[in-house]
Ligand binder design. Structure first.
Ligand code: MG
Length: 264
């Protein structure tokens, strides 16, 4: 007893006795060490960021660098894209129609810059309407659209203003710059997945920053973004990225500096 008491006294005084008691209460093992929860492999690969947050990092696929539309085709017939390229920017050719990437993507991060012309006219949805389709699933406007529109000072339904997931989610805030200024979209797209029978396995998610401001925070999509009717999913596996040539009569908008990083 004498020996036991001395040991107990020593443990209590050094505080060691208290540690196992607390650890046991929390469900951890008495021998848990900080090293037990350290992960050392695999090491994330090195990516060199661009000089600015707008510039493509080293592992990006550049979709438009200001020189040509080699990465793009027309949606309607997959002929070479016929939008105007000049002075390092591309401008919508409404007669030629929407364009999409040759390459198909699953999950990715995209950076894109767009500009409403200073002489923009029109109102509501007919004022600089375009769109970034995060997955183009067919002709026309089929797919999943992050709306592009002049929403600097232009009233429309809020789930159709710039930065909305069209007719599903209004942007959290209105972060528009005025016509004539370049604006940025930085988006994380998680593609929906489907079971063998075509039923939905996991939904699509969108996180988006507009001019650096968070406007969509991991929203769960309800299906494709439809002009009329309630959204629903149609199975696909990998899809191009589409830029919309909208049928409104307002002056065409421009794009520059478009790159994408594929994600696991
Ligand atoms: Mg649109």
């Amino acid at each position: 007893m004498r020996t036991f008491s001395t040991t107990m006294l020593t443990l209590t005084m050094t505080g060691l006795l208290a540690v196992p008691a607390v650890a046991a209460a929390q469900g951890a093992t008495p021998r848990a060490r900080p090293q037990d929860t350290e992960v050392w492999e695999p090491v994330p690969k090195v990516v060199t960021p661009g000089a600015t947050s707008s510039e493509a990092p080293s592992d990006a696929i550049v979709l438009f660098d200001g020189h040509n539309l080699d990465q793009w085709v027309e949606v309607k017939d997959h002929a070479p894209a016929q939008w105007t390229v000049a002075d390092g920017i591309m401008t919508v050719n409404k007669a030629a129609g929407s364009i999409e990437t040759k390459q198909h993507f699953h999950n990715y991060q995209i950076h894109l810059e767009w500009r409403i012309p200073t002489n923009i006219t029109g109102t509501d949805q007919a004022r600089g309407n375009s769109g970034l389709f995060l997955a183009s699933t067919g002709q026309g406007d089929a797919g999943y659209e992050l709306q592009i529109l002049d929403s600097y000072n232009n009233k429309t339904y809020v789930n159709g203003q710039a930065g909305s997931v069209y007719k599903q989610y209004p942007p959290l805030v209105n972060a528009n710059r005025k016509p004539g200024e370049w604006q940025t979209y930085d988006v994380a797209w998680t593609a929906p997945t489907f079971n063998a029978d075509g039923s939905l396995k996991t939904p699509a998610y969108v996180t988006a920053f507009f001019n650096g401001v968070l406007i969509q925070n991991h929203v769960e999509l309800k299906g494709e973004t439809l002009y009329i009717g309630k959204p629903f999913y149609k199975a696909f596996d990998g899809a191009p990225i589409k830029l919309q040539a909208h049928g409104d009569k307002s002056e065409p908008i421009s794009f520059r500096n478009i790159w994408v990083r594929e994600l696991p």
